[in-house]
Design a protein around this ligand. Sequence first.
Ligand code: UGA
Length: 438
Amino acid sequence: MRVAMIGTGYVGLVSGACFSDFGHEVTCVDKDASKIEALERGEIPIYEPGLDVLVNGNMQVGRLTFTTDLANTVPEADAVFIAVGTPSRRGDGHADLSYVYAAAREIAPLLTGYTVVVTKSTVPVGTGDEVERIIREVAPDADFDVASNPEFLREGSAIEDFKRPDRVVVGTDAERAQDVMRELYRPLFLRETPMVITNRQTSELIKYAGNAFLATKISFINEMADICEKTGANVIDVAKGIGLDGRIGKLFLHAGPGYGGSCFPKDTLALVKTAEDVGAPTGIVSAVVEANASRKKRMAHKVIEAAGGDVSGKKIAVLGVTFKPNTDDMRDSPSLDIIPLLKESGASIRAFDPAGMDEAKDLIDGVDWADNAYDAINGADILLILTEWNEFRALQWDKVAKAMPGRLVVDLRNIYTPHEVARQGFTYHSIGRAPAIA
Ligand code: UGA
């Protein structure tokens, strides 16, 4: 099959590379000429493990190409994917669909032969109807169907998620379009991947419902962690104890400083707005949005309390600033709330992150950036773990003890067991577990 992928952002690039690896002929189109030139040289603009090998390998065998030329790409394609951004609209939290609609307008006059136009971007219910209306208005004679095919990729494991998904969701009532989509995902049938074929509106809502449910699960366990801290219960065992119930499931029950990233915060907010617009307001998702926003701020106060109520003049070593490991993405990262609040409270911050520092430098002022974890820890009063990068999971505590005069560790990701850190002579505070005193 021939695929045109419009947009070479995170979703477009990963999906394009994976479809070409499935054996399809994929052309990725972007308006940004310098980005396309860089991709043609094999330079990957995002941090995603394994993507460089996948892109370069498929480019070399000629199955994956990059261009700015929409006019020569769309007519050849059996499926045109719209994978442009849908950021939160400034002010109201609605998804900004202007890029999606602009792409539909540009594609329309170029459609040649039967083509499936697929929305891969995360779009609110009803967006596919508008895409169809726009294309029909611009090109009344075009032979096409509009399908929804949401992505469920996690940053840092996006290739694995694409190639070994739990399910593929396709939204279209048109049988011809369903056949094209089945053909595109044919390699997954060998793995017996379930395919949910439904109408477009349902498929669009599945994406938001999935992310909102996961965000709810995280916020729920975070609240349980707060209760644990007040009662002497242990949140890790609570998560295990409920997660072993097959109806609940053990994933996404890891308590932490609040969820971040490019998806959960934006998508939960957009779902709240859609729900309001259609007259079916959602109390649960609204509460999750609020709980998560206030939690991130509260985490700074947790550090201050652990330090005895005052961090002014204290040196804090921060390990990790990205919203999760294996990404350089800083969007809505808890660090963006926590670090400024600690600074306002008079602390000085020296931080290290394996991949996020370049982006973070533009987003957080007044941080002293270190060369590695031990360099950040050097001279610190407090060690604060904000992201669970693998390299922070096995700190050499004797080296830490020599480097930092302070003896306080605050771990907002629960990557250590309290007694093992206390045994090394540190007082250890974490999430949803009793502090361990040195
Ligand atoms: C998320 C979804 O997991 C993907 O399925 C979806 O495709 C994607 O959004 C999207 O809509 O594009 P992602 O944002 O990359 O993927 O990251 P996650 O691994 O889901 O983590 C999101 C946030 O939740 C992170 O801040 C993470 O630290 C936090 N989290 C996750 C927890 O606090 N606890 C958990 O148990 C799991």
